[in-house]
Design a binder for this molecule. Sequence first.
Ligand SMILES: [Zn+2]
Length: 357
Amino acid sequence: MKPAGMALLFLAAAVIAGALFAAARQPEGKPAPGGGAEKEKAAVKYSKSGFDVTPLTQAKIDELAKGLTKEESDVILAKGTERAFCGNLVDNHKEGEYVCRLCGLPLFSSDAKFDSGTGWPSFFKPYDKAHVHEESDRSYGMVRTEITCARCGAHLGHVFDDGPKPTGQRFCLNSVSLTFHEKGQALPAASTPIKSETAYFAGGCFWGVEDRFAQLPGVMDAVSGYMGGKVRKPTYKQVCNGDTEHAETVKVVFDPTRITYRELLEKFFKFHDASQVNRQGPDYGTQYRSAVFATDSKQLEAAKAFVDEQRQTPKFAAKGVATQVVPIEQSGQFWEAEEYHQDYHMKHGGHCALPEE
Ligand SMILES: [Zn+2]
């Protein structure tokens, strides 16, 4: 074979090997930005009290379960019931939090504990409704409501409707399903809320931008509002007239362990056309300008570097980037928009046009 033929054959083999390697890697890799991420979103959940309550994978549950004693796993995994008056938390009157023995999620608080006389720790409400999952239990010829940890599925006990005021509910727990942390004690990471961060993006009509950010896994909340202007409590009408200098802005509260600020910037540049000056499609005016309002020096540096990087890319090299990167000292306060603007696309569907007022 001629050297050229050899080289070609070698090249073909390398391409095939590369493709095989990529195909083999795919399932284990991080989901590709875009397609895979949207799928993942459905599963990522946060509670009102700021906890990640995304159901754990079976592999993670199995790993945590290795730390359980036989007595604990009989109740937590096999849905058993400990004997009445035998649990160590029945007579616990200390102030503090009761967290899931398996995954650490806070489930009940001492301020909702009461003496039910049943011999099992009893509470009239959970720490957060989203932390305790309820399902019908028809075992032993009875119809009861079983309660499990919403994050790891650990069996906790049952809930009955013969509890005290104000809820009238009685959450009847197994002591072994809980770990008690006395008030003032340092809580483990699994028992503390997410340390969320906030970012602000202006990219034209806020309905669309809010809707897109709200769908990202790791985004805990997206709120439409106004930023970068001079008037206090601006109204939509004032902003649209252009005399307040505000930009339609979306406040994004995110979980930095699931999505980074850099990834939000990348998404932001996909969600709008960063080359347009004071305009997005049919919407004209300074309130539709493209801007990033940085909350601290770290965000400011990251956003500036990102915009500079984008300027060098083929997409923006000729057109330029219109996005302004504004430090917090200059952007002023974020003002939440009127209620009818929130979740607009979720409520109404459709596209961005001025609403009837
Ligand atoms: Zn749990």
